[in-house]
Design a protein around this ligand. Structure first.
Ligand code: NAD
Length: 398
């Protein structure tokens, strides 16, 4: 089948297996070209490990210091005339590359919020590793079925208290628009906290701890975002911000609950990047387009793999900074939030219009990055050639 991008709003409903493989191989190449990180954890579980920050959180430990990884994700396999999702192709490509280099990698595809997947991952850790040393929690989901009550919660990206009125971008029409979002109801706030807050992270840790599968000195990290004040009404001060506050509550609780095995939890504040999750947040694609250009001009642009490499190299691996302080928070959004970078963004923001979008922001680069998430726009991939959709991992657990 010839696979072309089919973009519908903030998602692309097709993905290219060869392009996704290329994406994974480029991230691997980046890591192999860096000085290996010393003292990294040997057995790493990544929950939400098929795309974005989670995928890079598998690639860095494996290809920097040879860690074993298990990746958990929720992706759609290929079907007749229908390509799989990008995360499926990424995970197959990652496992093939890891094994080619002699590294252990296993994929688990299913609902991470469920008891069933927690049990399957627990069994895999018990059989293959005995215990796990680091758990990265990098889920981004629009909904969650609670495993104990069966209630389905939805995550909403909305302001709290007031209507949000501000600039946003219509990526279908390449237009800067005035967006207006009604404030969330109390149920919507509570639902977002249930989906994107820390309860499920805590449930994972409690479950694995109860089974004796957490190694002494277990470390776990979940990802958060703060950003600048132009995004605060819909992010930090909105429903998702409440969920991220809950993530920090959960992080403190996890450190407390794993004190008997010298455990610690961290919340890493990462920079805004183009990902499937961030494309769905109003305001953020416009902010990301401006940020891309500004950070490039200031010589401080970083993409996902560079961020995660820095997270491990500077903060997490060995006796690094995170270990030397008792803080819960790790900041790798320092370059994004640098005053000169944010001053430049703030100067552009009020001036941006549809007409000057491509001059004042990196919108073309944003769109290219977006398509690359689905395996398009890679040099060397023959997009007009027939390609086999059925790329599979025979060992995948689902
Ligand atoms: P993403 O959409 O690229 O990845 C989400 C991952 O979660 C995928 O692996 C997906 O398969 C998995 N997933 C979703 N629902 C699942 C389920 N029910 N069961 C199992 N797996 C499931 O997202 P991302 O942007 O990399 O975000 C990851 C984390 O990083 C989120 O907590 C996000 O808030 C945070 N973060 C993102 C940004 C950003 O700009 N993208 C910035 C800072 C922090």
């Amino acid at each position: 089948m010839i696979i072309q991008p089919k973009v519908r709003g903030f998602v692309c409903i097709t993905a290219h297996p060869k392009g996704c493989e290329q994406h994974v191989l480029e991230e691997i190449d980046f890591v192999k070209n860096q000085k290996p990180i010393a003292g990294g954890p040997g057995r790493v579980l990544v929950i939400g490990g098929s795309t974005g920050y989670g995928l890079s959180s598998r690639i860095v430990p494996t290809f920097s210091w040879g860690a074993k990884t298990i990746g958990v994700f929720f992706e759609r396999p290929p079907a007749t005339e229908r390509p799989a999702t990008a995360g499926w192709y990424n995970s197959v490509a990652f496992k093939n590359a890891a094994e080619k280099h002699g590294y252990y990698a296993r994929n688990v595809n299913g609902d991470a919020f469920s008891d069933e997947i927690k049990t399957k991952v627990g069994d895999l850790i018990e059989n293959d590793w005995g215990q796990v040393d680091l758990i990265v929690y990098s889920l981004a989901s629009p909904r969650r079925k609670h495993p104990k009550t069966g209630v389905v919660y939805a995550s909403e990206i909305k302001p709290i208290g007031n209507v949000f009125k501000g600039k946003s971008i219509d990526t279908d029409r390449d237009m800067v628009i005035d967006a207006s979002i009604e404030p969330a109801t109390p149920e919507e706030i509570a639902g977002t906290v249930k989906v994107m807050g820390g309860e499920d992270w805590e449930m994972w840790i409690e479950y694995l701890h109860k089974r004796g599968l957490l190694a002494k000195g277990i470390r776990t990290v979940a990802y958060s975002y703060e950003g600048p004040n132009v995004t605060w009404p819909v992010y930090k001060n909105g429903t998702i911000g409440k969920a991220k506050e809950d993530l920090e509550r959960a992080g403190r609780a996890i450190t407390e609950h794993t004190r008997d095995i010298d455990g610690r939890a961290f919340v890493s504040f990462n920079k805004a990047v183009v990902s499937q999750a961030s494309a769905a947040i109003p305001v953020v694609p416009l902010y990301n387009s401006i940020l891309l250009k500004v950070m490039q001009e200031h010589g401080v642009h970083e993409d996902i793999i560079q961020q995660i490499f820095r997270l491990f190299a500077d903060h997490l691996a060995g006796a690094k900074r995170a270990e030397q302080s008792d803080a819960l928070r790790i900041r790798i959004d320092d370059l994004e939030l640098r005053p000169d970078v944010q001053k430049a963004v703030a100067e552009i923001w009020p001036r941006i219009t549809t007409e000057n979008l491509r001059d004042l922001s990196g919108f073309d680069a944003y769109k290219r990055e977006f398509l690359r998430l689905f395996g398009f726009e890679y040099d060397g991939v023959a997009y007009d050639a027939d390609v086999d959709l059925y790329v599979d991992d025979p060992d995948m657990i689902s």
